[in-house]
Ligand binder design. Sequence first.
Ligand code: GCU
Length: 486
Amino acid sequence: MRTVKYLTIGPCFIFLCLLFSVPANAQFSRQNQDSIRKLTQQDYNDMLKILGITSLRQGPSGTPGASNAANSDESKATHYTSLPDPLILNNGKPVTKSRTWWKKRRPEIKEYFDREIYGRVPAKVPKVGWVITGISTDSVGPYHVTVKKLTGYVDNSTYPAISVNIDLTLAIPRSAKGPVPVIMEFGFSFPQGTRPASARNTQQAGQTGPPMSAGPSWQQQVLEAGWGYAIIVPVSIQADNGAGLRSGIIGLVNKGQPRKPDDWGALRAWAWGASRALDYFETDESVDAKKIGIEGLSRYGKAAAVAMAYDRRFAIALIGSSGAGGVKLYRRVFGEQVENLASSGEYHWFAGNFIKYAGPLTPNDLPVDAHELVAMCAPRPVFISAGSTTVEGAWIDAKGMFLGGALASPVYELLGKKGFGTTEFPPMETALTSGEIAFRQHSGGHTVGPNWPYFITWAKPYLKEREPQLLPGNKMPRGYKPPERH
Ligand code: GCU
């Protein structure tokens, strides 16, 4: 049996991937990496056994120029033989009414994602108690913020051997006159002393993430819009490797035992953690919990898409270079493939069942595809961000992500909203921002950076303060001034 491990885009990416694969507070040592690799392989093999899988197809290489390099030729990308229609019910009937979408079709799609791709959140997950562990003031560029450090303690009374403490930072502009919208990022967490130099130049409140592009940080841009920002650390919820599946929130619920094939993977666990942070925001009077945005890059772009799709309380999303396993069509033969996702380096993001699609099944057998994940977000606004195919690499498949949005558009339209308005892939740096699904490919690398300003401009009308609603026949009191717009 051949499997692909720890596929990467390029040498710099290898470094970043290794960094991001260890728990926040783990020692970044070779010994530790070896033991993670060994335990991962063991867990992976156990899952293959449960699934009765004896041979798997190998995924292509992420190294351009390698003899088995992933396809980057558009003319070979669309040879798939099936593509599920989000508006056709399992019984073959078309969905023509929004009621049918909500009552029948969306639940069908959700069930497939649960069972075959991301896994199910168990019926009983222990409660999370949020504790503010520190409040301080800080400044981000010219903006003063109140920073709350929070820990979400997961009740582990059913299995005290595993503890899960969710790490969350919330920053609110000190100038806020009332509750503000908050954009929450799934933050990369660098083990002590391993932060790349390029990421060290903007050490501001709660600053995390891969190297930033020039200009104000995303936090500063969000504050400028009058919003707050938050950073949740995914690896404090669930480790980013197969070895960790018997600990973290997944292991706690399973009492340290291996997963069942339809149990949740890390993406669903990270999304679950984001929902628990949202529970906290609902109790914090400095936050307008009806206007929470979720954002992430790469594997955390996938997590942001999953969080947005599953928790309808998230108001808006910025999905950065999510690629395969995110909003890129699984069936497209371009860049990263299902076979890569199902390998021992990445299977932990998904339900065990997903491995079947790398053998004996194929991506064409998937009962859903990524556009239906975007459709699950409808009618809420989603911005799909991509980097340049030459700089970021073909691996992420910008067009595949564009299609994830384009093919979800009919669902947005059924619900009275606007999709892309086109199925033509736009030229580089052309923002499609006239509808509730937005898309922009910037000319840089693997970062959301250059797309933040476009996201913020597009998001403003959705996150603006609402005019007070008058009851029929009533008038505004004399001297009423509408709230200031940001
Ligand atoms: C790898 C992986 C991608 C993932 C990326 C990341 O390249 O193949 O699916 O998005 O790592 O850093 O998250």
